[in-house]
Ligand binder design. Structure first.
Ligand code: MLT
Length: 265
C-alpha cells in the first residue's frame, strides 16, 4: 500500500492511496486512524482509486495545537487534501461515525466535489447538553491522564459483544490505536463534536445516491436511528450488517465490502 506524507497548507498529512479508477475517500471515526479501513482498502482498490487519510492529529498526521477541531475544519482539510492530490473527479465520500459528521459538513461546503455518499454508523442530530458535557469531561481526562484508560472504557460501545469475544485481533488493534492517539487530538475532536450542529433538517436536500451501513448490534448509533436518517434522504438505501456493532466495516468486512461494491457499480 502506498503511504505518503503530504504537506497540505502547512500540515503534514499521512495518506494511503491504492488502486485506480473513480476516487473513493475513506474517512475514519474517533479516536482512530486510517487502518480501520484496511479491509475496505484491499477490496475497493481492485476497481477504484482509494484515498484514506489520517485526519489532523490522528494516526500519523500532524497535530495542530488547537483547543477545537471542528467538523467543518476536518471537511476543509479533506477538500484541500484532494486539491493537493490533484483529484478533480467527483468522489464517493465514505465516513464512519465522526467521519459521517464530517460528511455533513463536506456536503454543506464542498458538494460539487461529491458523487455519492456512504455513511456508516453515524448520526445527524447534535449532542444533547448532557452528551456534550460527557465529551468535555473525557477531553479534560485525557489531557490530564493520557489515553491509558479510555480504550477499555470505549471498546464495549465500539464493538459488538460477539466481536469482543471472538475477535481478539480487532480488540487489540483498536486498543493500540486508541492508546497511541495524541491526547490533544482526542480533546480537540471531542470539543468539536460537542459543538457540532444538528444536520437533521438538511437531510432532505441531499439529492445524491447514498448508502447507509449500520451494525445490527450498534448501540451508539442504532439501526433505528440510521433508518430515521435514511427515511429523510431522497436517494438513500440502508444495509444492516449482522454480527457487527459500531465498527461495522471492521467487524463484518465481507458484507460491508459487498454492499459498498454493489453501490459503487
Ligand atoms: C466515532 O466512532 O467516530 C465516535 O463514536 C463518534 C462519537 O463519539 O460520536
Amino acid at each position: 500500500m502506498a503511504l505518503q506524507n503530504l504537506d497540505v497548507r502547512g500540515i503534514r498529512f499521512n495518506v494511503r492511496q491504492q488502486g485506480t479508477g473513480s476516487p473513493v475517500l475513506l474517512v475514519h471515526g474517533f479516536p482512530l486512524d486510517l487502518t480501520m479501513w484496511n479491509a475496505q482498502i484491499e477490496a475497493l482498490s481492485q476497481r477504484y482509486h482509494v484515498i484514506a487519510p489520517d485526519l489532523r492529529g490522528f494516526g500519523a498526521s500532524e497535530s495542530m495545537s488547537s483547543d477545537v477541531y471542528s467538523m467543518e475544519q476536518f471537511a476543509d482539510d479533506l477538500a484541500d487534501l484532494l486539491d493537493t492530490l490533484e483529484v478533480t473527479e467527483q468522489v464517493t465520500f465514505c465516513g464512519l461515525s465522526m467521519g459521517g459528521y464530517i460528511a455533513w459538513q463536506f456536503w454543506r461546503k464542498h458538494r460539487a466535489r461529491l458523487k455519492k455518499l456512504i455513511l456508516c454508523d453515524t448520526r445527524a442530530a447534535a449532542n444533547t447538553p448532557q452528551g456534550a458535557e460527557t465529551r468535555r469531561k473525557m477531553a479534560n481526562h485525557v489531557l490530564r491522564s493520557g489515553t491509558g484508560e479510555i480504550a477499555a472504557l470505549m471498546l464495549p460501545n465500539l464493538l459488538a459483544d460477539s466481536t469482543r469475544k471472538k475477535n481478539q485481533g480487532i480488540v487489540e488493534k483498536l486498543t493500540t490505536v486508541i492508546r497511541n492517539t495524541d491526547p490533544r487530538a482526542i480533546a480537540a475532536a471531542q470539543h468539536g463534536m460537542a459543538q457540532r450542529d444538528d444536520f437533521s433538517d438538511e437531510l432532505a436536500d441531499i439529492d445524491i445516491q447514498t448508502l447507509l451501513l449500520v451494525g445490527e448490534q450498534d448501540t451508539l448509533t442504532t439501526s433505528g436511528e440510521m433508518q430515521g436518517i435514511a427515511n429523510c434522504m431522497p436517494r438513500a438505501h440502508m444495509v444492516t450488517l449482522p454480527n457487527a456493532g459500531h465498527m461495522s466495516p471492521m467487524e463484518n468486512p465481507q458484507v460491508a465490502n459487498q454492499a459498498i461494491l454493489d453501490f459503487l457499480k
